[in-house]
Design a protein around this ligand. Structure first.
Ligand code: NAD
Length: 482
């Protein structure tokens, strides 16, 4: 029997049947309280999702959950093959469950056949990657390829929704490419609809978005987009295409700025013997500042902040504007890793050569298997290049780390194995599993006594009580000795 995840011949599997969630099954989903049941979706649409990565897979699956008929396509056959076999290609809380449920209900299929996906859909989403290009600007080659493919297979009017994060003007570029490749004169509205989901809580972020941003100059396309997102009851920000594109970059640049700001404050705190945790608390009560993104660490990573800050800076540069602040945000972030490494070296007597580092956390943040631009991987590069050996653990990201780094790292399945016989214990990602380590056990296992808390999420008192030395980020004069 065919897998329910494979797009079969004929139209049957692209046409959604009414979903029927049992009460128990629905309760098992992550916080879907605000989600109208799929039956409440005003009109069921046939949707193609081009790009089945973090954004495409989450968005496609959640749209299926809302009752739409979604086919997710990708140029990576391994990814599509795995999804067709019911295997989710990365870790994202709640996602696998939804994929299985919607696949079984016939609303969600996976295919390599972009031609058919475009032909049989009324809306085509583009959710391909826009990685950093050689000069720092966004590499739009995947967006261009997706747009050309859509154009080639047009067979009627469609709405094309650009979900990828793209520089100002790209929605118009996509419209041009689609039209240049089209075999006929079809009405195609290309809409900007930037994505704001956060990995680690992406399903909830889709289902309970803080806002929906849509950029279009077409009244028809705006009406369709409003209807599509109506079940989510989120504020709807309507803009033109270019404004919508800029909103996404401005949001990420602001968040990255907050991180680099508190990191810089932490660095100064360290030098003047002040605890940044209390400073953070003291400023966060000011509503104009707020508590979010006020925790210092070893820098931001991930597939968005680093590349989007650089892309916005390049966009400004192309218009002869020197974006001094954005360059500084990026520079502080890069320096944060170098600073962490230097402090670890100092704590180990000036060199890490021949030392063993136990590293906890590889993902760029907790609750994801994504290691793109993860600070932990940069730290590994520095440690190994300086002659240290690294034993690492992560609850979800060891496989992706193994693929992403050429460095010789030992990956261990149990976190205490990473600590065994290490000279320095480094916490690089604040997974819950790491927050309540048994430091008596840690002390017994370690060869050395330095604990570097790169996320300020450990309790220094518990660590020093066991005779270990604690190094946080901006915590006080360090290393503390007792
Ligand atoms: P990703 O790398 O995880 O996924 C992109 C997918 O597109 C890959 O599976 C790739 O094989 C596929 N692809 C590339 N070219 C293709 C083509 N021509 N046809 C079909 N498939 C193709 O990327 P992502 O993290 O999902 O990000 C996608 C976009 O969304 C980026 O622009 C990113 O900046 C933006 N975004 C990402 C996040 C996030 O948290 N990851 C959040 C908001 C916005």
């Amino acid at each position: 029997m065919d897998s329910p995840f494979v797009q079969r011949n004929g139209n049957s599997n692209l046409i959604a049947r009414s979903p029927s969630l049992s009460r128990g099954a629905a309760a098992a989903l992550p916080k879907l309280s605000l989600v109208a049941s799929a039956q409440e979706s005003p009109e069921r649409k046939k949707i193609a999702m081009i790009g089945t990565g973090y954004v495409g897979l989450v968005t496609g699956t959640c749209l299926a959950q809302l009752g739409h008929s979604v086919v997710c396509v990708d140029t990576d056959p391994a990814k599509i093959g795995a999804l067709q076999r019911g295997k989710t290609t990365f870790f994202e809380p709640g996602l696998h469950d939804l994929i299985v449920r919607n696949g079984c209900a016939g609303r969600l299929t996976f295919s390599e056949d972009i031609a058919r996906a475009v032909r049989e859909s009324e809306m085509v989403f583009i959710a391909v990657g826009t990685p950093v290009g050689e000069d720092g600007s966004a590499d739009l080659s995947a967006v261009r390829a997706a747009a050309a493919a859509i154009g080639r297979h047009l067979n009627g009017p469609k709405i094309v929704v650009l979900k990828s994060t793209v520089p100002v003007g790209c929605t118009e570029l996509v419209a041009t490419i689609v039209s240049e490749n089209s075999p006929g004169d079809y009405q195609v509205d290309v809409v900007s609809n930037p994505e704001f989901l956060r990995e680690g809580c992406a399903v909830n972020d889709f289902m309970e978005p803080q806002r929906i941003v849509v950029g279009t100059s077409s009244a028809h396309a705006e009406a369709v987009m409003r209807e599509l997102y109506a079940p989510l009851s989120a504020p709807f920000v309507a803009a033109d295409e270019r404004t919508s594109e800029m909103i996404k970059y401005a949001a990420n640049a602001f968040l990255a700025t907050k991180v680099s700001f508190i990191n810089e404050i932490a660095n100064i705190c360290e030098l003047v013997d002040v605890d940044v945790k209390t400073v953070g608390l003291g400023i966060a009560f000011d509503e104009r500042i707020g508590a979010h993104f006020m925790r210092p660490g070893i820098g931001y990573g991930g597939s968005c902040f680093p590349k989007d800050v650089r892309a916005l800076e390049r966009l400004a540069d192309a218009s002869s504007y020197d974006a001094v602040l954005l360059r500084a945000v990026d520079a502080v972030n890069k320096a944060q890793i170098a600073r962490a490494f230097a402090r670890i070296q100092d704590a180990l007597g000036g060199s890490v050569e021949g030392k063993r580092a136990g590293l906890l956390g590889l993902a760029f943040k907790p609750d994801t298997s994504d290691v793109r631009e993860a600070p932990a991987l940069y730290l590994i590069e520095l440690l190994v290049a300086a002659g240290a050996t690294v034993t690492a653990h992560d609850p979800a990201a060891m496989e992706s780390a193994r693929v992403a780094t050429s460095r010789n790292v030992t990956y261990v399945p149990h976190l205490y194995e990473a600590i065994d016989e290490c000279d320095v214990l480094i916490l690089a990602t604040e997974w819950d599993d790491y927050k309540n380590l048994n430091f008596r056990m840690v002390k017994k296992l370690m060869r050395g006594d330095v604990v570097f808390d790169g996320r300020n999420c450990l309790d220094p008192d518990k660590i020093v009580t066991e005779g270990l030395r604690y190094l946080g980020v901006g915590r006080a004069k360090e290393p503390l000795t007792f």
